[in-house]
Design a protein around this ligand. Structure first.
Ligand SMILES: Cc1ncc(COP(=O)(O)O)c(C=O)c1O
Length: 473
């Protein structure tokens, strides 16, 4: 498509080979160095469904899904059609002194999935939903405190960073928001100790933690919700990553029959095309915030509720339903977990497989046998968590599978496939992981030679921590 002198596809084709130069000069040079070091700089030029194509037309299976945004796959025709039709209809969009029709219809659809909630607030990203949740919780309860779980990830703006338990992200940016405190994930006694002060506005928690794919114990979420109710604290489920079918249910809290006071959604809500976020909550909470006409816009954001985001979200919900993707995530996720788990008894480096639906973590750890242990120690001394790159790099290079590590210094590889992958894709994943994990148990072998190269690289640049691939949230 062209417009005036601007031809986007021609610009992409003409400048594709310069992307590293442009980014080194004008954007984030460190990311260019990371991609080059781990060999992920293949120049992706096209995305379709669950597949990415590089500049040589090699096909890759994407198990990152853009950190979880492409649940329905890239460039889904239904979403593209919805976006085109918004543009072609010349809708008024963002009038501001008007109320949006599409936002009304989308609220109705979303709340239909969560009948215990009554109101929707739209934002432009995950972190904006978290910021809104902090403000709504304080505003509705009149209390200052916010509790979050150890090992959490809620985003990187100041409020959400104040609830993110990762010193790598927090370092250098303190002081953060006052009144925020971590309690260990799965520790109900610690939670109750904090709640009993009756100064806590909200407990914000990811039902399954993205960083590490940490699972709640079966009683944690229901009991935490009950404790919150007892002490007048709002229970907020950050479903930005787990929501919209990712775990095989519309929201992950459904696995434990929990009905939070607020549910936060984002990532895959618009099919990956337009930034969007949604906070769903109870009427009394909403009414405490928007309580008078002169406070009708007391919280909001200029681009929230824009027609493109609303239409893309409506189309995404349609696709989730018509293609039965939530059921598919449940069934194929179970298949993958069963297959991965069957690798544990034969592979001493693979310690655990956990998750639900299409959110799966494979945790690696120190081996027992002497030969492997020596190699493991050398690698981990050079840089904690480096071992996982010995899995992700061959998966990418030899098997054309895109994955990453589930957190800083983490030994867990997380997979977040599009929910629409096929049985054949599952076989591709299973065969590839099986081969690479088996390869990691051979010393000497190609995988450990790669380890030596990574260490040499780290030493040569004298910046080992920076040479690791950035971790997924
Ligand atoms: C659970 C969770 N909360 C919040 C966020 C922040 O979302 P965003 O990156 O859109 O700001 C993320 C992003 O990874 C997330 O996984």
């Amino acid at each position: 498509m062209t417009g005036g002198n601007l031809d986007i596809p021609a610009t992409f084709a003409a400048r594709e080979s310069e992307r590293d130069i442009l980014h080194t000069r004008y954007l984030n040079e460190q990311l260019v160095r990371v991609l080059r070091t781990i060999g992920f700089d293949v120049g992706f030029k096209r995305g379709q469904g669950q597949y990415l194509y590089d500049r040589n037309d090699e096909r890759y299976l994407d198990l990152l899904s853009g950190f979880g945004v492409f649940a329905i796959g890239r460039n889904h025709p239904t979403v593209r059609e919805a976006l085109r039709s918004v543009l072609d209809s010349e809708l008024p969009n963002l009038v501001q002194m008007d109320v949006s029709v599409l936002a009304g219809v989308l609220s109705e659809r979303l709340l239909g999935y969560l009948p215990y909630l009554d109101k929707a607030f739209f934002a432009n990203s995950g972190t904006e939903c978290v910021e809104a949740a902090i403000k709504f919780a304080r505003g509705a309860t009149g209390r200052p405190g916010i509790l979050y779980a150890g090992h959490s990830y809620h985003g990187l703006t100041y409020g959400s960073l104040s609830l993110t338990d990762d010193k790598n992200f927090r370092g250098g940016f303190e002081p953060l928001l006052p009144g925020c405190k971590a309690v260990p994930f799965n520790d109900l006694a610690a939670l109750e100790r904090e709640l009993s002060s009756r100064q806590v506005a909200a407990f914000i928690v990811e039902p399954i933690q993205g960083k590490g794919v940490n699972m709640p114990t079966d009683d944690f979420l229901p009991e935490a919700a009950a404790l919150c109710r007892r002490y007048g604290t709002l229970f907020v489920a950050d479903e930005i990553q787990t929501g919209l079918g990712r775990t095989g249910r519309f929201t992950a809290v459904e696995h434990w029959n929990v009905e939070p006071d607020m549910v936060l959604l984002s990532k895959s809500l618009s099919g990956g095309h337009v930034p969007v976020g949604a906070l769903l909550t109870r009427k009394w909470i909403f009414d405490k915030i928007f309580d008078r006409m002169d406070r009708a816009v007391v919280h909001g954001s200029t681009f929230a509720k824009n027609d493109l985001a609303m239409a893309a979200a409506l189309a995404t919900l349609e696709v989730l339903k018509s293609e039965r993707l939530i059921e598919r995530a449940d069934a194929l996720g179970t298949r993958l977990m069963t297959n991965f788990s069957s690798l544990i008894p034969r592979h001493e480096l693979l310690k655990d497989v956990r998750g639900k639906g299409m959110m799966i973590g494979l945790e690696f750890g120190a081996p027992k046998s002497l030969a492997l242990k020596a190699s493991w120690n050398v690698l981990e001394t050079a840089s904690e968590g480096l071992f996982c790159q010995l899995i992700t790099i061959p998966l990418f290079k030899d098997h054309k599978i895109l994955t990453q590590v589930a957190g800083h210094a983490s030994h867990t590889i997380k997979i977040l496939p599009p929910l629409m992958i096929t049985e054949a894709d599952c076989k591709w994943i299973e065969d590839s992981f099986s081969a690479v994990i088996a390869g990691a148990h051979r010393v000497p072998g190609a995988v450990w030679s790669l380890g030596k190269t990574l260490i040499d690289n780290a030493v040569r640049t004298r910046a080992p921590a920076r040479e690791k691939a950035p971790a997924q949230a």
